[in-house]
Design a protein around this ligand. Structure first.
Ligand code: MN
Length: 242
């Protein structure tokens, strides 16, 4: 049995039923071979609140409830798209909500888990935006709005975000290596797993004279992307949608 599987950046929304279908099949099949499934942010393209009743929220919630109900463990970290995932969703689905960052132990290795956006420190405008939307008072105000308003605000935010990403140099939207080292040093780890940048890879480098690894999860755009923690360490695999 694989100790753990890691995915992120599925960006599930009504416009991409292939991705939702692939995730539901994964939850019903391959994911059940693992000891623990970790979803490291942006499971959903946008989350208007735990009272969401439109697809794919309902079917995904039911599939997660079936997964944990059958005795499988699942932990979810919020991403920059679904940062409003809350305790009610966790209670309904039986998943644990993970703080960003979190450190876990796999075998005899301590592993730092992050969504990844906190590491993109070169993008200062984004970091200011992130701080604003993480204000609990602002979030309470937003969650008190009617669902239709929140959906409209979410759609507008996604359009802004796409324009923003198109206008930014690619390097600014990747992680900053000094921020990576600082986060790993602070957690006292030589292993980091994150998503967000949509640049799946396993990077090896030296951290204070010791070999360290940064595993980056891929987005589920044209196919799924899964990282397995094996006895030999992390391994990336893709998951066809068809
Ligand atoms: Mn993200």
């Amino acid at each position: 049995m694989t100790a753990a599987l890691f995915i992120s950046d599925l960006h599930l929304d009504p416009a991409r039923p292939m991705a939702t279908g692939a995730f539901l099949r994964f939850l019903a099949g391959a994911a059940r071979e693992a000891g623990h499934l970790y979803i490291l942010g942006d499971l959903f393209e946008f989350w208007i609140g735990d009272d969401e009743e439109q697809p794919p929220a309902v079917e995904v919630g039911a599939a997660l409830a079936a997964f944990t109900g059958a005795g499988h463990r699942c932990s979810i970290m919020r991403g920059n798209r679904d940062f409003l995932l809350g305790r009610r969703f966790a209670a309904m689905t039986g998943v644990d909500l993970l703080a960003d960052p979190s450190t876990i132990t796999l075998g005899d290795e301590r592993v730092l888990l992050m969504h990844g956006d906190l590491l993109c420190t070169d993008d200062q405008a984004y970091q200011r935006y992130r701080q604003r939307v993480n204000d609990p008072r602002l979030q309470r105000l937003f969650l008190a709005l009617p669902r239709s308003w929140r959906r409209a605000a979410g759609a507008a935010g996604r359009r802004r975000s796409h324009r923003y990403a198109q206008d930014r140099p690619a390097a600014i939207m990747d992680v900053n290596q000094a921020a990576v080292s600082a986060a790993m040093r602070q957690a006292g780890v030589l292993q980091l797993i994150h998503g967000h940048t949509h640049r799946p890879a396993i990077h090896s480098f030296m951290l204070d004279g010791r070999p360290a690894t940064r595993s980056v999860l891929g987005a589920w755009d044209k196919q799924g992307s899964v990282l397995a923690w094996t006895p030999d360490g992390p391994a990336l695999a893709s998951l066809p949608f068809g």
